[in-house]
Design a binder for this molecule. Sequence first.
Ligand SMILES: *Cc1c(COP(=O)(O)O)cnc(C)c1O
Length: 214
Amino acid sequence: MSLPKVLERIDKACRRASRDPQAVRLVAVTKEHPVAEIRERVLRYGRFPLGESRIQEALSKMDELVAEWHFIGPLQRNKARFAVRFELIHSIDSVRLAETVARKAMENGKVQRVLLELNLGREPQKHGFLEEELPEALAQIRAMEGLRVDGLMTVAPYTEDPETVRPIFAQLSRLADLYRLPERSMGMSGDFEVAVEEGATLVRVGRAIFEPDT
Ligand SMILES: *Cc1c(COP(=O)(O)O)cnc(C)c1O
């Protein structure tokens, strides 16, 4: 595919769901791609937020490229001081991590925007809160000075048929509504259209932008 093709598909998915395309932002996932390629395949089309999943790799790109950087991968507490350089952290998956990020944000005199990651597929290998852990965790994290919880994020189980994960996306939207959280970060190359139909406000797409044939 290509970035314009992804945008076109987001647009069509919005139409099908009677949603305003302006309410969906494409986060271009740039992990494993060098800066020159990011310019060529993403930034020539506009100033899209860029998503990275490893701190070390992200930091070197951030030195070279001014952009709205999002952190989307598993975050270790000892890297929190770097994570507060991102505009939005999608992957807060424990109260302890939130505490550490909040502390680093305050040391930097900023309010860090974050999303809480949910493991709605209940996969043991995946990160994120279980649904039943959310109310308590959200209450604790929302009370932390230095953080602003803007929404929820999930990585759906891997599937060949994106229809099978539609209920997961619907559930994330339902929870975001319930807790009055505006952002829903869901949908990747294989399933972003279904995620948009189910209410995604941020889709995280890598392969479909960078691999010509997906
Ligand atoms: C890599 C990654 C993506 C993008 O996945 P693609 O299949 O390349 O679109 C989205 N979210 C997270 C958390 C990722 O690590």
